[in-house]
Each structure stands twice: as structure tokens, then as C-alpha cells.
Design a protein around this ligand. Structure first.
Ligand code: HEC
Ligand code: HEC
Length: 435
């Protein structure tokens, strides 16, 4: 496979300050690129061109240096540089409501608060026709959401490592990357139409980029000294739908292996000396915890109910099973409770859904897959995203509710009663940071 390192690529046709900025690390020095390009050049790609009417490109919300999504720090500096007029700041889906007042800098700060604080875009989706439920009540702090358009505040998913996807979008609603590119151009960029050749070029570009953490401040290069981290190794990682599936969906019939991550096996044997050696040993221990720490999985819709088991004895890799990648290898949306009413923060809308057949009600900040299928059982279900490069793209979960990976580990510790020691906690974080 031919590889191009990202050395100070200059993008033509950039629509705004940060849109085309790519990692400029020196591959051969003490640092390493987090992204490699194995296909069409970024230069001149329609991925970075304004194809609609509001100045946005795909690159407005998918920035290489921010793990191919956007982070609050990057968004804030764009706000400051442009007084909140950079193309990411548009009311169709960048503000808390399409009716938000954006007539002054301070009003724009308020209007784009969700974007600035947590990097959240407002996805507007209706209750689908024929749904098993109705929208019984809406508590929207921004006075906009209704059954014809719920406001769902979601993190942009990374537009990289796409060859490993088993489902596209948090709720799996897009059937293909080609269709996704059309919908994104018509929706986010407010285009009036699309050109197939440009859509094809976008898909060819985004499908040939690979992103992973390449350097750890203490351990050093993650692809040296026996480590198999970094984007170059990732681009050689094999994948097919169902690989290493734990519930019998592997088409080869091969049994599930919970040791789904093997990137840092060598560091278990020879971590090396001094501070780098101690950091490598911690990353290895974190990998082994991710593979083997027993988790009693209960109350996860999409898993416990589907398998008919109250408690499933598993590990992190029961759900994050794709070897050395970390998403689920078949489309399997799960409800681990992120959108539960109990975790609602005051900046999020809260929806009360009522089951037409039973009269039961449930409250959620985002119905997830249920808005696509109309099924009651799918409320609150989201896909587990690819975990490579996860350290580059805080905050976490579909609603950006956890500011750091430390907070994510805290969430799991509480949600599943893991009782982690402080060393187990920091080892898990060290491993996640090294993905
Ligand atoms: C205004 C911000 C914005 C713009 C502009 C934008 N996206 Fe996205 N992108 C998002 C958000 C938000 C999501 C997740 C939405 C969801 O799942 O409901 C997403 C999801 C994706 C995904 C899904 C990845 C996965 O893991 O499922 C791909 C691929 C993608 N975008 C590519 C593109 C392309 C190609 C363009 C340009 C045509 C584009 N995006 C423009 C915000 C944006
Ligand atoms: C029962 C299935 C399940 C288990 C077990 C599980 N996860 Fe997850 N994980 C998910 C799902 C589903 C999501 C996405 C949830 C959402 O955003 O609504 C997720 C998201 C994440 C994310 C955030 C990714 C991002 O881009 O925002 C991280 C990090 C993560 N998991 C790490 C872990 C670790 C570490 C463990 C073990 C301690 C673990 N997971 C165990 C299902 C699981």
C-alpha cells in the first residue's frame, strides 16, 4: 500500500481558518503523524470545499488535528478568531435552536453554547411514521423541539478509519458512505443539490485515511520498541463484518477471543527501563484490563434483552470487540444509559415518549436508534464508536457528557460497579490514551 505522510500539506480551496489544517508532525523525528493518507491527496479534495450555500465543507466539522471531529478548544479559537462567524457557526444545526438570535457576538456566544462547550451539533429528526410511541412531552430549554423535529445534540463522529465501520452514524441511519456524503452536503452545508463525481471523491478521500495516537508523552513512539500503535500499523489491520463477534455472528464460525487488543503485548515482556519503560508497562496493563477485567453486564438493551440473560459476564471487549480497533464488528446499537433522564444536564432537552400499545412512558435526552426504526425497544440505543485515536477527540459519548477519558472510566466504574483501584483506573486511561 502506498503511503503519504502528512508533512505540512497545504490545502487549496480551504473555506476557513482551520478547515484544511492537517497534522504537520515530522514522521522521522521524535514525533509522528496521527493520520496517514493512503489514497487521494487532501489537496484539492472536495472534502475541504464549500459545496453548499453556507460556506461549510466537510472539513468544517471534521478536522484532522482534532481526531477528524471537532473539539471545544478548536471551536473556541475559531469563535475568537472570527467573532463567531466561521462557517461552523450556522443556525441550521450549529446553534441550540434554528431560531436562535445571532445578531451580536455575545448573542452568538449564547446561541452556539453547545458547540463551544461540548462540540455538539444539533441533529433534527422527527418521530418516524408508524412508530410504536408518541412524543408525550418536551422539555426543551431552547423552546424549539417538537414531534416533527426533535433536537438531538450529538458529537461529530470521526471521518477516518471508516473501513472498519459496521454502522454509519450514532444511530446507524446511513446505509452507505456515499449516501452519508449527500445527506451531509444537503443538510450541514445547505446545498440545493450534489454532484455524484464530488461525492465519489469525498468517499474515496475519507475512506483512505487512517488515524491513531502515535506518540505518548512518556512512553515515546507507540510503534517502536515492540509497540504496534500508530496509524501505519492500523492501516494493515484486517477487518470483516462479524470478525471476533462474541454472540455468534462471525461468518467464519471462529469463537470470540476476549483478547481483542494485542497492540502492546510485547511491552508486557520487555517494557524497557526508566520513565518510558514504566509508561509502556502501564499501557500494557491497561490493555490487559480492557481485554480481561470481568464486567457483570446488566440492563443493557440490545444485549441482555436480546440474549435473554439478566447478567452477562463480559469485559470491555464484549462490546468493543473489533480486534485492535474497538467498535462492534456487527451493527449492534446498545443502550448503556448515556441518554437516561437520570443523567440529563440542564442544557439538554428531555423527551417523554409514550408506548402506544402499553401506555408506558420513558424519558430520554435522545431516543437514538428508535427514531430510525420506530421501535420502543430501540430507545436510547447508540453504536459504540471506533476507539482508535480516541485521546484526540474529547469530550466523549454521543452527547459529549464526559469531558475526559478519566471521566469515561469513572462512568464505567459506577455504571457496572467495577470497584477499580486507582492504579487500574490510571492504567485503563493510559491504554485508551495510547489508542
Ligand atoms: C456541521 C458539522 C458537520 C459537517 C459540516 C459535516 N459533518 Fe459529518 N458528522 C457530523 C455529526 C454531528 C455526525 C454524527 C451525527 C449522528 O450520528 O447523528 C457526523 C458523522 C459523520 C460520519 C459518520 C462516521 C461514523 O463513525 O459513523 C461521516 C463518515 C461523516 N460525518 C462525514 C462527513 C462528510 C463526508 C461531510 C461533508 C460532505 C460531513 N461529514 C460534514 C457533523 C458534521
Ligand atoms: C455493554 C457494552 C459496553 C461495554 C461493556 C463497554 N462499552 Fe464502551 N461503549 C459502549 C457504547 C454503546 C458506547 C457509545 C455510547 C453512547 O455514546 O451512547 C461506548 C463508548 C465508549 C467510549 C467513548 C468513545 C467516544 O468516541 O465517545 C469509550 C472511551 C469506551 N466506550 C471505553 C470503554 C471501556 C474502557 C470499557 C470497559 C471498562 C467499556 N467501554 C465497556 C458499549 C460498551
Amino acid at each position: 500500500m502506498q503511503r503519504l505522510c502528512a508533512i505540512a500539506l497545504v490545502i487549496s480551496g480551504c473555506v476557513s481558518g482551520t478547515d484544511g489544517d492537517l497534522p504537520t508532525d515530522d514522521y522521522h523525528g521524535n514525533s509522528a503523524p496521527t493520520t496517514i493518507f493512503t489514497g487521494p491527496s487532501a489537496t484539492g479534495s472536495p472534502f475541504f470545499a464549500s459545496l453548499g450555500t453556507n460556506g461549510r465543507s466537510c472539513g468544517s466539522c471534521h478536522v484532522a488535528d482534532e481526531g477528524w471531529t471537532v473539539t471545544p478548544t478548536g471551536i473556541e479559537s475559531r469563535f475568537d478568531a472570527t467573532n463567531g462567524t466561521d462557517p461552523i457557526f450556522r443556525t441550521n444545526d450549529g446553534s441550540v435552536s434554528p431560531n436562535a438570535d445571532v445578531s451580536s457576538v455575545s448573542k452568538r456566544k449564547t446561541a452556539y453554547a453547545m458547540l463551544l462547550s461540548k462540540g455538539l451539533i444539533r441533529i433534527g429528526l422527527p418521530i418516524p411514521a408508524g412508530a410504536e410511541f408518541t412524543l408525550a412531552a418536551v422539555d426543551d430549554p431552547y423552546n424549539f423541539a417538537s414531534a416533527t423535529q426533535l433536537s438531538l445534540f450529538r458529537r461529530p463522529l470521526p471521518s477516518t478509519n471508516l473501513g472498519f465501520l459496521s454502522a454509519i452514524m450514532w444511530d446507524g441511519r446511513e446505509p452507505s458512505l456515499g449516501n452519508q456524503a449527500i445527506d451531509a452536503t444537503l443538510g450541514h452545508a445547505q446545498a440545493t443539490g450534489t454532484q455524484q463525481s464530488q461525492m465519489d471523491a469525498i468517499v474515496a478521500f475519507e475512506s483512505s485515511i487512517f488515524t491513531a495516537q502515535a506518540l505518548d508523552p512518556s512512553a515515546g513512539r507507540l510503534d517502536l520498541s515492540g509497540g504496534n500503535g500508530g496509524p501505519d500499523e492500523l492501516s494493515d489491520t484486517s477487518f470483516y463484518i462479524g470478525i471476533n463477534d462474541p454472540i455468534g455472528k462471525n461468518p467464519t464460525g471462529a469463537p470470540f477471543n476476549p483478547n481483542a487488543f494485542t497492540l502492546y503485548d510485547a511491552w508486557g515482556r520487555y517494557p524497557g527501563n526508566g520513565a518510558p519503560g514504566r509508561a509502556r508497562a502501564a499501557i500494557y496493563r491497561g490493555q490487559q484490563l480492557f481485554n480481561t477485567l470481568p464486567i457483570s453486564i446488566t440492563g443493557v438493551a440490545g444485549l441482555n434483552d436480546v440474549l435473554g440473560v439478566t447478567t452477562l459476564q463480559g469485559t470491555c471487549t464484549t462490546c468493543h470487540d473489533t480486534p485492535n480497533v474497538g467498535n462492534h464488528s456487527v451493527a449492534m446499537a446498545l443502550n448503556i444509559g448515556i441518554a437516561d433522564a437520570s443523567r440529563r444536564t440542564p442544557d439538554m432537552p428531555l423527551y417523554t415518549l409514550k408506548n402506544i400499545a402499553t401506555g408506558a412512558t420513558v424519558q430520554t435526552t435522545d431516543p437514538g436508534k428508535a427514531l430510525i426504526t420506530g421501535k420502543w425497544a430501540d430507545i436510547g440505543k447508540f453504536k459504540g464508536p471506533i476507539l482508535r485515536g480516541v485521546g484526540l477527540r474529547a469530550p466523549y459519548f454521543h452527547n459529549g457528557s464526559q469531558p475526559t477519558l478519566d471521566d469515561v472510566v469513572d462512568f464505567y466504574d459506577t455504571r457496572f460497579g467495577l470497584g477499580l483501584s486507582s492504579q487500574q483506573h490510571s492504567d485503563l486511561v493510559a491504554f485508551l490514551e495510547a489508542l
